[in-house]
Design a binder for this molecule. Structure first.
Ligand SMILES: [Zn+2]
Ligand SMILES: [Zn+2]
Length: 178
């Protein structure tokens, strides 16, 4: 989230003083000309992003922050919404739950978009196949008791002595004790 806290503004001004105000993923930085264009605060264009969102229990500390340009920031949030599973529901997809993993994902999108798209397609197909296999296994499990019952019924039909034996047993109980 681009939630502004004292930590995020300290983080951003520290980066500015170090001359490291560029996007950590793609290297873009606001051009100096913004100052001349009357945009005194070009640095405000840059965003301090919480790798693990505060809403997911991420800590408000600088190691959980990454300086991103608006484009990479939008991508980071889009990546987060691509999954609903994992320890950090927003960021667990493809294991991009840490700062380094998030940056690696963003850099791959930036530098090798085709490779990234291919990998994403493959991953989605694998997930769909796994979901299908799990569904089939569930159906198998649900069908098993029914199949077993049918097998018992069929085997009782094959054993002609079962019914007479049961009849004899019942008769014995009725006549007994009198
Ligand atoms: Zn953010
Ligand atoms: Zn960027």
């Amino acid at each position: 989230m681009a939630r502004h806290t004292q930590v995020t503004s300290r983080f951003k001004s520290a980066r500015r003083k170090d001359g490291a105000a560029a996007c950590e993923a793609c290297g873009w930085k606001p051009p100096d000309g913004l100052r001349e264009a009357g945009q005194r605060d070009g640095h405000k264009i840059m965003h301090a992003h919480h790798v693990v969102p505060l809403a997911c229990g991420g800590p408000d500390v600088s190691v959980n922050l990454v300086l991103l340009c608006p484009n990479c920031h939008a991508l980071a949030h889009r990546l987060g919404r691509m999954t609903l599973t994992g320890a950090y529901p927003e960021y667990a997809w493809a294991g991009a739950a840490t700062r380094d993993e998030l940056l690696a994902e963003l850099r791959m999108i930036e530098n090798e978009p085709d490779r990234w798209s291919e990998r994403m397609k493959r991953q989605r197909a694998e997930e769909a196949a796994a979901a299908r296999a799990a569904r089939i296994a569930e159906e198998e499990k649900a069908a098993k008791p029914r199949r077993e019952l049918i097998a018992v019924l069929i085997s009782s039909l094959d054993a002609p002595n079962v019914l007479p034996a049961a009849r004899k047993h019942l008769k014995g109980r009725h006549s007994g004790g009198r």
